[in-house]
Each structure stands twice: as C-alpha cells, then as structure tokens.
Design a protein around this ligand. Structure first.
Ligand SMILES: *[C@@H]1O[C@H](CO)[C@@H](O)[C@H](O)[C@H]1NC(C)=O
Ligand SMILES: *[C@@H]1O[C@H](CO)[C@@H](O)[C@H](O)[C@H]1NC(C)=O
Ligand SMILES: *[C@@H]1O[C@H](CO)[C@@H](O)[C@H](O)[C@H]1NC(C)=O
Length: 230
C-alpha cells in the first residue's frame, strides 16, 4: 500500500482511470481505502460450530459515517447479511440491519482497529458460500471497497496430522540426506583413488622419463609402435 501522500496528485500528469462526476475528474481512491479479509481465501468450518469471518479496512484519509455491510452470495442466492455504519474513528460500528440471529458483528472500529469481522454461530451446511465485506466511505466519494472470503461448512475438518507429516518429512529428509552423504563419500573416495592413481602415474612418468637406460634396451616401447599410416 502506498502511503497517503503518494496517491496520485493532479499535477502528476494525466490521472489514470478515474471516475467523472459532475465534470470533476475524481482521482482514483483505491489506494486510500483498503478492505481485507486476511490471507485465507477459503475458510473451512464444522457444522454446528461458529466461525469468525474476518474483515478489516484501512483508510488514510480517515472516515465519517462509513457505511459497511456483509453480503452472502452463492450461484443462486444473494442477500445482505448485516449492514451498518461507523460514525467516526472514535466510535464503534452501529448495526442497522441484520437478517440472521446467528450473526454478530465482532471487533471494534476504535483506535484504528477498523475491524468489522462477523461471527457466524450454529453453522449449517447451507451457510457455505461467498461472504463479501463491503466498505463505503463518504469521505472518499463513496467509493466502495470489498473483499471476499469463501466459507465451506464441512462435516469434520480433515485431520492434519502433523506428526505423520513430520515423520514423513523426516524420513524423506533423512533418505535424501543419506543419499547425498553416500554420493559425497563416493565422490570423495573416487577423488582419493584418482589422486592416488595420479600420483602413481606421475611417479611412473617421471621415473620412465628420467630413466634413460630404458630407451637403450631392445624392444623398447618406441619400437613397438606401429608405423603411422599416411
Ligand atoms: C454435522 O452434520 C452431521 C451430518 O449431518 C451430523 O451428524 C452432526 O451431528 C453435525 N454436527 C453438529 C455439531 O451439528
Ligand atoms: C455472485 O457470485 C457470482 C459468481 O462469482 C458472480 O458472478 C456474481 O456477480 C455475484 N453476485 C453479486 C450480486 O455479487
Ligand atoms: C477482529 O476482532 C475479532 C473479535 O474481537 C478478533 O477475534 C480478530 O482477531 C480481530 N481481527 C483483527 C485483524 O484484529
């Protein structure tokens, strides 16, 4: 995110895609207000339990009478779950509409927490779907920002047995480590053998090279070479 001071200023050349309202060219405000549902795009939750659907926003211009709402969307339904406003940065959100008693607004908008997460209780399988957190800030030309999270209500959570994973990883790691070790030892042994052989060769070469007596002997190597064909 760019700091506020860096959002496009009119002097900085032609402004990129903005919105034209009443002849004024409004600068894009997407850099100023951001809505986030965290890193997870899909949340799994067990039926009958409760789940917090996270949503936070950040606004560097500050806000006044901020409008927020959560919507629910599947392929064949769309409904607003909760709707409300936040007067200013020193107040907590006020819920104006809620379509389900199982939903409560959690979090706080005081002290820059800007947290408008919702808690869903007694989850049913039919709660599976897309949940979108919307924020609209009148101070920023009512530009709307949103972030979506997918909730999947399941029978039971797949058990992520970390010990098994760790054991597997350990074994795999160990095997790989062992293979590398074996390879290294093999390389090392090969290196030693090569070095030793080279040394021996060197000895042979030097000894044969220096050994002048050998050349004088009948049947020396030079004579054994077949004549070079032209
Ligand atoms: C979740 O759904 C399953 C299957 O319908 C049911 O057996 C189970 O009791 C439910 N769990 C809770 C906590 O409601
Ligand atoms: C609901 O989700 C579908 C599928 O992603 C999307 O095409 C549609 O525009 C959404 N509806 C609304 C009202 O956001
Ligand atoms: C938002 O508020 C809820 C409820 O207090 C809390 O569990 C959650 O961690 C908060 N999220 C962030 C990002 O602070």
């Amino acid at each position: 995110m760019l700091p506020c001071g860096m959002s496009q200023s009119p002097s900085a050349g032609p402004p990129p895609a903005g919105i034209r309202v009443k002849g004024l060219f409004l600068l894009p405000v997407s850099l100023s207000l951001e809505v986030s549902v965290g890193k997870a795009t899909t949340i799994y939750a067990v039926n009958g339990t409760e789940i917090l659907l996270p949503c936070t926003f950040s606004s560097c211009f500050g806000f006044q009478d901020l409008h927020f709402w959560w919507s629910y969307n599947t392929s064949d339904t769309f409904r607003t779950l909760i709707d409300g406003t936040v007067k200013n940065e020193k107040s907590d959100p006020k819920v104006k509409f809620k379509n389900d008693d199982r939903i409560t607004l959690e979090g706080s908008t005081k002290e820059k927490m800007n947290n408008i997460s919702i808690l869903l209780r007694n989850l049913e399988f039919s709660d599976t779907g897309k949940y979108t957190c919307h924020v609209q800030n009148p101070k920023e030309n009512n530009f709307q920002h949103q972030a979506t999270i997918f909730l999947q209500v399941v029978d039971k959570l797949e058990e992520v047995d970390n010990t098994v994973t760790l054991i597997i990883l350990g074994v795999v790691g160990g095997v790989i480590g062992l293979l590398i070790l074996i390879l290294l030892v093999k390389k090392f042994i090969a290196f030693i053998i090569k070095k030793t052989q080279e040394k021996k060769k060197e000895c042979l070469v030097s000894s044969s090279g220096n050994d002048n007596t050998e050349n004088g002997l009948p049947g020396s190597k030079a004579e054994e070479k077949p004549p070079i064909k032209v």
